[in-house]
Design a protein around this ligand. Sequence first.
Ligand SMILES: [Zn+2]
Length: 418
Amino acid sequence: MSLFLRDATHINWRTLAITRSHIKVESGPGGGISFVDAIPAGAEVLDCAGQLVTRSFVNGHHHIYSALARGMPPPARQPRSFNEILELIWWNLDKRLDHDMIRASALVSAIEAVRCGCTFIIDHHASPNAAEGSLGIIAEALESVGVGHLLCYELSDRDGPRSREAGLAESKHHLEHHRGLVGLHASFTVSDELLEQAVEIARRHDTGVHIHVAEAESDEEHCRRTYGCSVAERLHRAGALDLTGTLLAHALHVDDAERELIRSSGAWVVHNTQSNQNNNVGSFDPGGLGDRIFIGTDGMHNDMAEAARAMYLEGQTVGGLAPMQAYTRLRRVHDYLDSLRVTGDAENNLVVLDYPSPTPITEQNWPAHVVYGLSSRHVRATISSGRVVYRDGRVLQTDAEQITAMANEQAKRLWKLL
Ligand SMILES: [Zn+2]
């Protein structure tokens, strides 16, 4: 059954065309929307008078596994480099995760996402001692709240052969049942043999790899020292850049030759401003990378309006960025998911905004409203695959209060193990 949005002001996410009309929203993955003159009697209706309706958001690079980290005990000592941040914080945390903690992490992430108008998450997951079954748990948890997904397991040699094999098995298992990616941690923890296996699996499933690239200078230094080439060159030689939908996270310290390799390949880049600031790894320079760029939160939070504003402001410090360019980076991910033929992010994924703007909204200035005005506090309702999953402060498909309480218990359990 279709849902009807009464008296909506619709902003087309791609053309920015503004249309005042009732909207018919088809239900189910892949559904569309249409403008209608009348609403049939007895239909499910959401009154949108005075409110804006536009496409919901997608988080282009996330680490759901870090959801229980907020406020956790500090590491044994203060990290002095990006690699120490990984060793002292994240590789300590991810090894303690079990299935209950993973489920809690995914549920609370999904709840926060729909509250912020986000209905789809591209995730990069690691739980070296609970790899088996982990992606299935995340998929089920996200779906139970109404969030679509493109998942992968972070393959790496960092924890030895047993952990690597468990990751490979989980990757293969997930791809047999879902559209997903093949996750790789980063060049500096991935052997040639593992990289080759990952590309092979991706090829078999007509998908790409999802890997951190040159997040810190040390990734490039390690690659040149060990393999005699840059990170992008290494991926290119392995055939990873030309797979369908390969996703390169960060790409901060890539040189001009790497930019050209990335631009001329089919690979996409996902940029994560606030995480880069948090890890003090540098600013993003889009120069020479082409236009296949979108944004993620890299595990920091679930709020894409906040991520977009941070990215826009960062852009002012590195050569300037127009609101339209920032808006395009927020939205390019829909094209990416489309090119990968992923279900769960279609025209019937919408956000209803209670955005009482002090200034006129036009087809020309909507991107400026997004980067200067829009915030998750304006999200009044979130619609995922034609179904209302969040409305007026309430998550509808699940008991958010109970899940939040459960997550707090799981966080306490996790923190004791750190
Ligand atoms: Zn990441």
